[in-house]
Design a protein around this ligand. Sequence first.
Ligand code: UN1
Length: 509
Amino acid sequence: MTSKELKALGIESENLGTSTGNKWFAKGELIDSYSPTNGKLIAKVKCTTKKEYDKVIEEAEKAKLIWRDIPAPKRGEIVRQLGEKLRELKPVLGKLVSYEMGKSYQEGLGEVQEMIDICDFAVGLSRQLYGNTIHSERPGHRMYDQYHPLGIVGIITAFNFPVAVWSWNAALALVCGDVVVWKPSEKTPLCAVACQNIIAEILKSNKLPEGISSVVTGDAEVGKWIAEDDRIPLVSATGSTRMGKAVAGVVAQRLGKSLLELGGNNAIIVSPSADLKMTIIGAVFGAVGTAGQRCTSTRRLIIHESIYDKVKKSLVDAYKQIKIGDPLDSKNHMGPLIDTAAVDMYLSAIDKIKAEGGKLLTKGEVLQGSGYESGCYVTPVIAEVENHYEIVQHETFAPILYLIKYKGEVDEAIALQNGVRQGLSSAIMTNSLREAELFLSQNGSDCGIANVNIGTSGAEIGGAFGGEKDTGGGRESGSDAWKIYMRRQTNTINYTTSLPLAQGIKFDL
Ligand code: UN1
């Protein structure tokens, strides 16, 4: 990535970090952002100090009074401009995502496309923040419910989708009349700086206050300030289950709302009638795409014994075709892991698989030599395991795919698929209508996302995104996920001259 390209995204000095709108003023310590693609330093970002954090929230408090008074469709217009700018900057922002995070350029572009899509969705939504009308039991009364802005929304995001997850939250929150304060992962701060520069410029050119959108940078400590802050009625947090439990516990103590989108342990059931070509493509993309670092990555394949050997052989053959290397080179399918700590977790997972009796079908190793100097490139692993292994029950953010055999009917496979603590994404490959419908029924998948003849990753923004159990229960993005960003109010209006009480209660004076 050239300095000219970085400059197009407003990244040029070390003086980056905290922002309310377009004024960078951080004084804290520096976070170095290295590219996992080549181990080179891209830029340094300053961490937010507590004093600066408080200033950011003060500005957000002021901005929220102005923003919530702007009609929703006019707020939608600002989000429309964000979508337009993202269309223009898609190639360069996609490149930064790929360079700072390590996913393939194609996937970096895909991530920016998700941002554009959610902006379009939010613009339409800005004219559709509907409540219900309700027929009152009392004569001459009218009832309805309506949705009002919440105020400040805190957004805590992970490194793996360093721009899209912010936009899912921010685009909806903004049309809902909220202002946003974003704490990005300290592993991908420059992606946040780039997004903040884009939105800040739009706010400025529309003469809107700084503070409608802010970024605060730093480690878990900054996340804790957000979680504890009762000026922030909603905290949306994406990341590990461990992080989510910590954040949700603190937010719950002050009876704030949290929207949690945490770990997955996603499986594809491969039934005897599955289309094997589709199965292999879906499974391989799901397992090695983003180097296995999506929360929707395919971790487990639950395969019927009658086709097990065939699927296993096709997968091993497919893995031989996978090219690993610089994600900005379009011939490569898979880039590096985010950092060497992630590599250590990958290696330790492989040791655990072996220790528990699993069998590796491909060699799991760290690549060395030319092009692999960052030490973050690993080979994708396929392992034959049993579902109850401790390591299989655990989400490892790496390209490790577990093969699990089932023998009987599809309910056995569904029980295995549901037999983990996480409940994000799930899929079945089948041509049997009965199996598909059972999988989607109340007796089927217990996940927030359940797909038929599609893999587990690559959800569209139009659906509500999130999952159950240890995944945290929150829903972001499409459908009616917007409702969590607003407070609901029930209104009853009496247009008569008497005061009948509800439930027919008599109270005569
Ligand atoms: C995530 O991994 O945090 O379904 C989000 C998908 C993407 C989003 C993943 N649309 O894979």
